[in-house]
Design a protein around this ligand. Structure first.
Ligand SMILES: Cc1cc2nc3c(=O)[nH]c(=O)nc-3n(C[C@H](O)[C@H](O)[C@H](O)COP(=O)(O)OP(=O)(O)OC[C@H]3O[C@@H](n4cnc5c(N)ncnc54)[C@H](O)[C@@H]3O)c2cc1C
Length: 808
């Protein structure tokens, strides 16, 4: 065995084998895979082998499509059969809510180039004759579904990778990982040690144990999962005879079942509500190609529905019941990418649908290791989307919730309750007493909106019970004065004599002068947007930066990777030690004047100024900026002072009509200003020109900031896309994101976010469209729940286009 490798991949399941296939395909040398037993000895060998492209997140759907598209290639290169049957499949809806969801999936698929079709239950039962069409209201047909042989597929990746130069060692268990003094890792085996520049954790069922070798507690949990295989069924045999191919598969969301043909019978699996974690704390090393005892009682409620929805099953004998474990992250998406603070340590774990996602995960990770960029939008799968709050007990609660809801609808206004509340700020109880309806943001409870006594939120695809109340909150901001808690923003402090130089390199704008703030995008090496921030210069080489709260770990990873070249600088995240409120609206200055003795007149405290001032007796950092686009201030204080500052603002704000508002009102207000936000309008697949952020980027500054050359190139070439705002003639449902944007008779773009702009009384959508048609005013429609709604381009902000209110 070699003593040195560029990359050691730990784990020979479908994911590890896909990773080495893609690394070697991209030309990487010295690629080694270590498997403690034989390939497939985790969850891979007993998988049901079902594959499909559909996913609620279009970026994950893209990777799933890539995965399915690659199977022919690996079969050819490896000359290993993978037993692929592309049968197509129907996704069934037994309720109107579910049918609306399927219509949404179908809409999203249009700009991803997916060829799905909305069909009636009768049409569904013609395609898949085991269906009892009386039980359903509609369905979606997807030709890109099928199944394969998990063992053959894993070996096909492995053999193809070997042909491309990968080395695979079976029966080699990695027992420890130690930091190598010259960089990289000592990979310790029972009888060998390899020096690896990079290590990939593809340990599947043992991903937690491999993580623990480097002091990492990954948020991963295995769940027991059961499927049964029937004896031969006459209906299946006659279908095969008549049609010359296998019976298409079916996904029955309301029965929580999936079905596909297995030999001359059927395979039926279920995600039962009464689910069970497996080995919740530690995975035994002696578990291999083993199965768990079946527990038919646990899945019998689903089976009973299955017998009604697919009557021929009731007569079919059961040949075999498989119960095996496989892993999930708290939100059900994979955990991939580099880990903050552990250079050269990568994750490819928690891939719960290895045969639908493994190819895409392998490609993204290989790109990332080789080029420093995954090449896809993998935000939804990035390991950094979880912070240290995602402990083992949290993961246990969340994974069980996720598993039991795998086939449940999650409405756009629905907040999930497991593992909450976890982190709360000192004013939590006060906000709750005012009717705050809470959401979850990177571990923290945040107010979404305020419900009067007795008003309950109805979960829906359509405008709901919060609509009028959110409208009232937004109107009070525009007419009087609103207060919102903004503790969920990420807050960083940067300090040291090299601070300015360092920030100048990392951020694309000029660095503000002392006492000033600046909006600044951050780009990656390819000139794509990694984040948008407000940088404040507090003087004496001290800076305060506010950014997106959900990306705190993601951004800290990037900062830490890129401050190394500067000796005298420190970046720290303040998490929930520093908390904040924003006051906004025409009377916000009056309130500020009343609670501080500092000069906060328009001349003494200009737009984008920042000062350390007292609010009552409490020392705070106050910046004159507001995401509402109105006159407003952000007030930051140490956590100990939050209650005090809240009380004084509410008490003294009474005479100005102060009212609390939440994130939903903030969203409505920012839409009126065409302001984008991270993870929606701003993601690492868009350039600053495309995202209309050029005015915040200084291509003339001398410093060669990260992404500068690519941004210059984007400017020269013009960029492919443009972010645009549309007014939509929506009737009773607004966009939620990912809907297709039609221009004339073709889908040409996609929605990133939107909602109802209550002050103006219009439905708004933001989204990307091709540059060449981006300035067309008419000819647009946006599809909401299967209905194409007319839309017009809105270039100026709906509110205060000249910015007089926020500057005045
Ligand atoms: C009953 C069931 C049905 C399923 N059906 C489907 C389906 O229809 N479609 C689908 O896409 N997915 C399905 N899955 C999920 C699928 O099996 C997983 O997504 C996939 O197997 C994950 O692969 P992996 O490579 O990440 O992990 P694993 O298969 O667990 O592989 C990890 C490998 O790492 C090795 N390893 C761990 N630690 C070490 C170490 N320290 N040193 C060396 N080697 C190590 C292990 O021996 C193992 O071989 C199903 C799973 C189950 C249980």
């Amino acid at each position: 065995m070699r003593k040195h490798a560029q990359i050691v991949v730990i784990g020979g399941g479908v994911v590890g084998c896909s990773v080495i296939y893609h690394l070697t395909k991209l030309g990487m040398k010295e690629v080694v895979l270590l498997e403690r037993s034989e390939l497939t000895s985790g969850s891979t060998w007993h998988a049901a082998g079902g594959i499909h492209t559909i996913n609620g997140d279009p970026n994950v759907a893209k990777l799933q499509k890539y995965t399915i598209d690659i199977y022919k290639e690996i079969e050819e290169i490896s000359e290993q059969e993978i037993g692929l049957h592309m049968t197509g499949g129907v996704m069934l809806a037994a309720t109107n809510d579910r049918f609306d969801w399927l219509k949404g999936v179908h809409d999203k698929g249009k700009y991803l180039g997916m060829d799905t079709e909305i069909i009636s239950p009768t049409e569904a039962s013609k395609i898949m004759p085991l269906i009892n069409s009386d039980k359903f209201v509609g369905a979606l047909y997807d030709p890109m579904e099928g199944h394969l042989d998990p063992y053959g597929t894993t070996w096909a990746y492995a053999k193809a990778a070997k042909k491309q130069g990968a080395e695979i060692y079976q029966n080699e268990k990695v027992t420890n990982l130690e930091i190598h003094p010259n960089g990289g890792w000592h990979v310790v085996l029972e009888n060998e040690v390899i020096h690896a520049e990079n290590v990939v954790n593809a340990g599947g069922l043992w991903a937690r144990e491999v993580g623990r070798m480097v002091g990492l507690e990954l948020p991963v949990l295995a769940m027991e999962h059961m499927y049964l295989i029937t004896d031969d069924m006459p209906e299946v045999i006659s279908f095969n005879k008549e049609n010359g191919h296998q019976i298409p598969q079916a996904m029955d969301f309301d029965g929580e079942l999936y079905l596909r043909q297995e030999q001359k019978g059927m395979l039926m699996g279920t995600y039962e509500k009464n689910c069970k974690p497996w080995s919740p704390k530690e995975t035994p090393w002696d578990f291999g190609q083993d199965l768990l005892p079946p527990d038919l009682d646990r899945i019998s409620p689903s089976l009973e529905i299955g017998f009604q929805h697919f009557p021929s099953f009731e007569k079919a004998g059961i040949k075999k019941v498989v119960n095996g474990p496989f892993t999930f992250a708290p939100d059900g998406n994979p955990l991939i990418g580099p880990v903050r603070g552990l250079p050269g340590f990568w994750c490819a774990c928690a891939v719960m649908a290895g045969f639908s996602q493994g190819g895409g995960v392998g490609l993204a990770l290989a790109n990332w290791i080789i080029d420093g960029d995954p090449g896809f939008d993998v935000w939804g799968m990035d390991v950094s989307r979880f912070g240290d709050w995602a402990t083992l007990p949290y993961t246990n609660l969340k994974v069980r919730e996720n598993y039991s809801r795998r086939f449940s609808i999650r409405f756009p206004n629905e907040e999930l309750s497991a593992g909450r509340p976890l982190k709360t700020t000192p004013v939590f109880d006060k906000l709750k007493a005012e009717g705050a309806q809470m959401g979850f943001s990177f571990g923290l409870e945040v107010p979404l909106w305020f419900a009067p006594n007795g008003v309950k939120e109805k979960f829906s695809w359509y405008r709901s019970t919060d609509f009028d109340h959110v409208a009232r909150e937004t109107k009070n901001v525009r007419n009087n004065l609103g207060l919102i808690e903004i503790s969920n923003f990420a807050k960083y402090f940067v300090d040291g004599v090299d601070a300015e130089k360092c920030l100048d390199r990392i951020f694309a704008s000029r660095i503000p002068k002392p006492g000033k703030m600046k909006l600044s995008p951050m780009l990656n090496n390819n000139g794509k947007i990694l984040g948008d921030f407000t940088i404040s210069n507090l003087g004496n080489n001290k800076y305060f930066i506010a950014g997106s709260g959900i990306a705190e770990e993601f951004h800290m990873r990037w900062f830490e990777e890129n401050i190394n070249e500067f000796r005298n600088v420190e970046i720290k995240s303040h998490g929930t030690n520093l908390l904040g409120f924003s006051i906004a609206g025409p009377k916000s200055r009056k309130l500020l004047e009343k609670v501080t003795d500092s000069d906060v007149t328009n001349d003494g405290f200009k737009f984008m100024d920042i000062k350390e001032i007292n609010i009552g007796m409490a020392q705070c950092i106050v910046g004159r900026v507001s995401y509402t686009g109105d006159l407003g201030y952000e007030i930051w204080m140490k956590a100990d002072y939050q209650n005090y500052v809240y009380d004084i603002l509410i008490k003294e704000g009474k005479e100005f009509g102060i009212k609390l508002f939440g994130i939903r009102a903030l969203n409505s207000l920012r839409l009126e200003k065409n302001y984008g936000s991270w993870a929606r309008e701003y993601r690492p697949i868009y350039g600053p020109l495309e995202a209309e952020l050029s005015r915040f980027i200084d291509l003339d500054k001398e410093t060669n900031f990260i992404g500068k050359n690519a941004a210059i190139k984007e400017k020269e070439l013009g960029g492919d896309l443009r972010l645009r705002t549309f007014l939509v003639e929506a009737i009773n449902a607004d966009v939620i994101g990912d809907e297709p944007i039609w221009f004339k008779d073709k889908v040409r773009g996609w929605v990133t976010s939107g909602g109802y702009a209550h002050n103006v009384g219009v439905s708004v959508a933001m989204g990307y469209v091709p540059n060449e048609i981006a300035d067309e005013f008419k000819g647009w429609t946006i599809e909401i729940l299967g209905e194409r709604c007319s839309a017009t381009l809105q270039t100026d902000p709906l509110f205060d286009p000249s910015g007089k209110r926020m500057r005045g």
